[in-house]
Design a binder for this molecule. Structure first.
Ligand SMILES: Cc1cc2nc3c(=O)[nH]c(=O)nc-3n(C[C@H](O)[C@H](O)[C@H](O)COP(=O)(O)OP(=O)(O)OC[C@H]3O[C@@H](n4cnc5c(N)ncnc54)[C@H](O)[C@@H]3O)c2cc1C
Length: 274
């Protein structure tokens, strides 16, 4: 933190290096100083209390993927992990690095937004503050962290019993960033949907949580029609970019299909858990 306060905007924090090093190699970033977070003790942990699972920013993605605590208490995060690149990348890449990098196609930011996670930031000047995931991701590779702040912890609410989750993606090749992805968490009660969450990646400059696509699920029976209606609402309200991998119209169609699939899988898992 002291070095960050000293160098501020001129410095870059180096976590797993899986995004920063390629950016340095391509001259997309040219900081005057690199501050290696692996030299900082106490940022690598996964801890559970009654209501939250706290994950230190320097926890490797692979460690979270293999954690029983994450699988049992934050199942959507466990579901997302194997979708990130390849094992070699997850062995180095960190939970905090992925969140701070704020790639709109990344899985960890989507999980944080879907679950109303809290991001804990620290600086010499302001001490510690907590930012909701909804406010943290501000745009392409942009977060609400100040230049002298480091992300030190992500705090995920423990999943309520009977919650089913799914993360569906369309990628050209195994390990690629998703063209479009849909994260879903569904909790059923008495055969109806008590809570349904839908978050998209790859369609805008941040992960997109869909109030309308969620509202149509509230109190509904977990039927194909309900999931289709939710997928259609999500698709209608986004304007994804076109690029060499696919047109905007193709991505909208992916949204429709992936939301339906993710919700169906999540609801099925919720009903099975009951
Ligand atoms: C081939 C390949 C495929 C990939 N596929 C995917 C994928 O499918 N999905 C996906 O989500 N990711 C993917 N990634 C990215 C991977 O998940 C990265 O590990 C992650 O985005 C960045 O984490 P890191 O620890 O490596 O951070 P770094 O690369 O070290 O840092 C990334 C940025 O975050 C900043 N930063 C890091 N830690 C902190 C902190 N604690 N506080 C404040 N700022 C910080 C750095 O200064 C830098 O600007 C892929 C990477 C590669 C190389």
């Amino acid at each position: 933190m002291t070095l960050l306060a000293e160098y501020g905007d001129d410095a870059k924090l180096l976590a797993g290096g899986q995004s920063l090093v390629p950016m340095l190699a391509l001259r997309l970033a040219y900081p005057s100083a690199l501050i290696d977070l692996s030299a900082v003790d106490g940022l690598d942990y996964i801890r559970r209390d009654n209501a939250h699972v706290a994950i230190g920013a320097m926890t490797r993605e692979r460690a979270a993927e293999r954690s029983d605590v994450v699988r049992e208490s934050v199942p959507l995060l466990a579901e997302a992990m194997p979708l990130i690149g390849h094992i070699a990348i997850r062995n180095r890449g960190t939970i905090g690095g992925s969140a701070a990098h704020s790639d709109p196609s990344a899985e960890i930011p989507a999980v944080a937004v879907a679950l109303d996670a809290e991001m804990v930031a620290r600086s010499i000047a302001r001490g510690q503050r907590t930012i909701s995931a909804a406010d943290f991701f501000q745009g392409f590779f942009t977060t609400s962290l100040e230049a002298d702040e480091a992300l030190v912890e992500l705090r995920f609410p423990v999943a309520q019993p009977g919650t089913g989750v799914a993360f569906e993606e369309a990628t050209r090749r195994h390990g690629d960033f998703a063209m479009v992805g849909a994260a879903a968490a569904v909790r059923t009660e008495g055969g109806r949907i008590a809570d349904g969450r839908v978050v998209l990646i790859g369609v805008s400059d941040t992960p997109v949580r869909h109030a309308e696509a969620e509202a149509v699920l509230a109190g509904a029976e977990p039927t194909t029609e309900a999931f289709e209606a939710s997928g259609a609402l999500a698709a209608d309200s986004v304007t994804p970019p076109s690029d060499l991998h696919g047109t905007s119209a193709y991505r909208k169609q992916l949204v429709r299909v992936l939301v339906r699939r993710a919700l169906a899988k999540a609801a099925h898992r919720s009903l099975e858990a009951r």
